[in-house]
Design a protein around this ligand. Sequence first.
Ligand code: ADP
Ligand code: ADP
Length: 231
Amino acid sequence: EPLIRFEAISKRYPNGTVALKGVSFSIASGTTHAICGENGAGKSTLMKILFGLEQPTSGRILIDGKAVDIASPKAAATLGISMVHQHFSLLPSLTVAQNILLGQEPRKGPFIDRRAARERVTGLAARYNLDIDPDARVSSLSVAAQQKVEILKALSRNVRVLILDEPTAVLTPPETEELFQRLADLRAAGLTILFISHKLGEVRALADHVTTLRAGEVSGDAPMSEISNAE
Ligand code: ADP
Ligand code: ADP
């Protein structure tokens, strides 16, 4: 049974744009799954629906075989679905630790226990081999470092599915290599990774399975092993 099944998902925006037309495919647990396609193909819309930022006009999503209503990002979080945004959503004036634990800080009576917070983030960073300074201000970090903070923020919240929207768009080649290594580690640890990409090279390097959207429809859906080098 797949972890996620999209069943005949269609999306029509209020202005009349039809972004998705009857999209159906499945995502297996513990795999790295790429969503490919040209600009405007509907990739972001589909991920926004999975993350509760948009609602489908028709169709449904099944998780572990059960239809779910993903009404908001909060509902997605409850289902273990987390998203690393292309445009980061971190609060620049807060520290790394404050951003990661926002809303779930350890407390000492009515106060945030800063030492426990720092220890928790240091432990998380070590566990996932993401090298970040818990006390740094987010505004002082490179985009690659901010992305690590976003990933760690997702991982601190019992995530089963990590969605990344064009994760390498803002990275240098060495940063991309490091990200791929970390994503491979996360997959090895059992996480399901869903990433949007239009770069064939990185899809080959990372994905177990590729679904391609074209003008709002599935135009390809196959394991990486079945995709020929000629494509
Ligand atoms: P993001 O935070 O990724 O920019 P948006 O929803 O603002 O998310 O935009 C996602 C994509 O959809 C962008 O490519 C944008 O140009 C397009 N888009 C957003 N709003 C509209 C609209 N009203 N009509 C047509 N395209 C839109
Ligand atoms: P992709 O991520 O593959 O580039 P999108 O899902 O962003 O594709 O967009 C699919 C289509 O929906 C495009 O025609 C885009 O302009 C349109 N679109 C995206 N967001 C909106 C929106 N908020 N309102 C209206 N149209 C949108």
